[in-house]
Design a protein around this ligand. Structure first.
Ligand SMILES: [Zn+2]
Length: 251
């Protein structure tokens, strides 16, 4: 990930392990500076959300030796017309597992139901327990203003867990189908994904049940090109950093 503000560079990967205080615009921030293997947790409402939103960044992280955990809130039960929830979930779980294999990430399925996601104290607690157990250095989730209810709920549960576990991880939001789903998204952090674009596409297109290859030119391809133009790359992915969290490592 390339931050416009350049707080973190690749050099940070070889310059010791610590939270470092950085002064900027009169405010004090911490950022992660580490030569150790980091754990990065990415939450998405459905199989394909982490991949289409930030598959290039995930692959850059894992290629650098960091651990990425893709957490799927649902298993896409409602995503294949004509099939039962059980059958659709089975197909979409297999697709997500193959996508994670391509990106070298570890999948986790939380067990909510696609299209019927819930925010309850039970689910706040489940997400809290996940973050408490995994202890990630960086967390990524959906931007909370999104037309898809499941995306909003995933974002909300993840934010609450991060907040409740002491805001220790660097916290970032990613976008999916900008304009059509994610809205009012003004990124401050960019990743040049040109070197891994074909791996990202492979991981996205493995979701054959969602016909992603067919729809890709009209949504995610435009995002990749536009975020690339904004950040001076051929292809880019974009993020919003939560200003009360540490800054993460930028791959
Ligand atoms: Zn989704």
């Amino acid at each position: 990930m390339t931050s416009r503000r350049k707080f973190i560079t690749k050099a940070a990967l070889t310059s010791g392990a610590a939270l470092v205080s950085t002064k900027t615009f009169g405010a004090s921030h911490n950022h992660i500076e580490s030569e150790q293997r980091l754990k990065i947790l990415v939450t998405g409402a459905h199989p394909d959300d982490p991949e289409t939103g930030m598959g290039g960044t995930i692959n850059k992280f894992t290629s650098l030796g960091h651990e990425v955990v893709c957490v799927y809130l649902t298993t896409g039960e409602a995503g294949i017309p004509g099939l039962t929830h059980d059958k659709a979930a089975q197909i979409r779980k297999e697709e997500a597992m193959k996508a994670c294999e391509i990106l070298k990430a570890r999948p986790v399925f939380l067990g909510q139901i696609d299209g019927s996601t819930e925010i309850t104290s039970k689910w706040y607690h489940k997400m809290y327990e996940l973050l408490n157990k995994e202890k990630p250095d960086m967390v990524f989730t959906h931007w909370p203003i999104d037309t898809h209810r499941d995306h909003r709920i995933c974002s909300n549960l993840t934010f609450d867990a991060w907040n409740s576990t002491g805001r220790k991880a660097a916290f970032y939001y990613y976008e999916v189908v900008a304009g059509g789903q994610t809205q009012n998204f003004q990124p401050d952090t960019f990743v040049d994904i040109s070197s891994v674009i074909e791996t990202k596409w492979k991981a996205c297109f493995i979701h054959k049940s969602q016909k992603i290859k067919e729809y890709y030119p009209d949504d995610h391809a435009k995002m990749e090109l536009f975020r690339g133009i904004e950040s001076g790359a051929d292809y880019g992915e974009a993020f919003v950093h939560h200003r009360l969290s540490p800054y993460g490592i930028i791959p």
